[in-house]
Design a protein around this ligand. Structure first.
Ligand SMILES: [Zn+2]
Ligand SMILES: [Zn+2]
Length: 345
């Protein structure tokens, strides 16, 4: 089968690799119909992950049709359309029962980072398939459903752990796919106003399309804009969807006293100097974490079906799997107005 493989820093390639087979009774083999390239794939693409092995199959955002299931799988059958969470989970362990599916004691493996082959391929093996996948109803097409298992779930999670409440003014830092999904989610939690910060005009345009007040940090002072829109207080909730120390540090200045900060950007750095005294004086809450995507996926399917969330404007490019090297290149360089790329298998 064809698959996108990692070849070393800034290099991916489409290759012929052996198709996956059932290895455990809970496995399913899924024929991938669409996958996408995620911002966290770039950590790997840029060679920032030392454990990255050359030759493995990339991709943790994908959906498709069940082709075959292991003999322990009763709830899925050949022909079912499914979207997978970016990491596997058993649904039964201590952590899964508490909603922390990314901490699963039997699963917890992330697709496409070296431990488990990814979904930017013709076929993918999904361990613990019944609890790792969510069914996609036929009323949703691939473009509508592709982001459910990672970036949409992460945006929703950011608004959730930031504890956005009705009437809140929410500031979202970063209008990449996760930031834009956070904008959409903030409304569902009852935000009265959402401010969205970035420096790329096309991303700010999308944020505005989703109802946010765009703040172009290349042209205006973010702090001044935040004060103007919050009666001088600062934002009730600050959502960080960039993944840089600078962005994270700035959140502490944008939150109002008693406000909260939620960080879901992926950090390559191991540590961050936490402004503990400022947080103490201003009663700030700070929350960070890796989204337990599976926990949110059925809710997200319902929200998309009812028309309350539509992530299709994020998909700026659709191309065949064969063109994935070009896709990675424009996605990494953020050229050609690229926000999110859908790869068709
Ligand atoms: Zn991702
Ligand atoms: Zn588990």
């Amino acid at each position: 089968m064809k698959a996108v493989t990692y070849k070393g820093p800034n290099e991916v390639q489409i290759e012929e690799v052996p198709a996956p087979t059932i290895q455990a009774s809970g496995d399913a083999i899924v024929r991938v119909t669409a996958s996408s390239i995620c911002g966290s794939d770039l950590h790997l693409y840029h060679g920032r992950l030392p454990f990255a092995q050359k030759g493995f199959v990339l991709g943790h955002e994908f959906l498709g049709v069940v082709e075959e299931v292991g003999d322990g799988v009763t709830d899925l059958k050949s022909g079912d359309r499914v979207v997978a969470a970016f990491s596997t989970s058993c649904g039964r362990c201590y952590y899964c029962r508490r909603g922390l599916t990314t901490q699963c004691m039997r699963g917890g493996q992330v697709f496409g980072f070296g431990q488990l082959s990814g979904g930017q391929a013709d076929y993918v093996r999904i361990p613990l398939a019944e609890t790792t996948c969510e069914r996609v109803p036929d009323t949703l097409d691939d473009t509508q459903a592709i982001l459910i298992g990672d970036v949409l779930a992460t945006g929703y999670y950011c608004a959730d752990i930031g504890k956005v409440r009705p009437g809140d003014i929410v500031l979202v830092l970063g209008c990449g796919p996760v930031g834009l999904c956070t904008v959409m989610s903030a409304w569902l939690f009852g935000a009265s106003k959402v401010l969205a910060v970035d420096s790329l005009p096309e991303r700010l345009e999308l944020a505005a399309k989703f109802g946010a007040v765009p703040v172009n940090m290349a042209q205006e002072d973010v702090n001044t804009a935040v004060r103007q829109h919050t009666g001088g207080r600062g934002a009730d909730v600050v959502c960080e969807a960039v993944g840089s120390q600078e962005a994270l540090r700035s959140c502490f200045g944008y939150a109002r006293p008693g406000g909260s900060i939620a960080a879901v950007g992926v950090y390559a750095e191991a540590s961050f100097e936490f402004p503990i005294f400022l947080s103490f004086l201003r009663d700030l809450s700070f929350r960070v974490g890796i989204c337990p995507a599976k926990q949110y996926m059925s809710t997200l399917v319902d929200l998309i079906q009812s028309g309350r969330i539509d992530t299709t404007p994020l998909i700026t490019h659709t191309m065949p799997l064969e063109d994935s090297a070009h896709g990675y290149d424009i996605f990494a360089r953020r050229t050609d107005g690229c926000v999110k790329i859908l790869l068709k298998s």
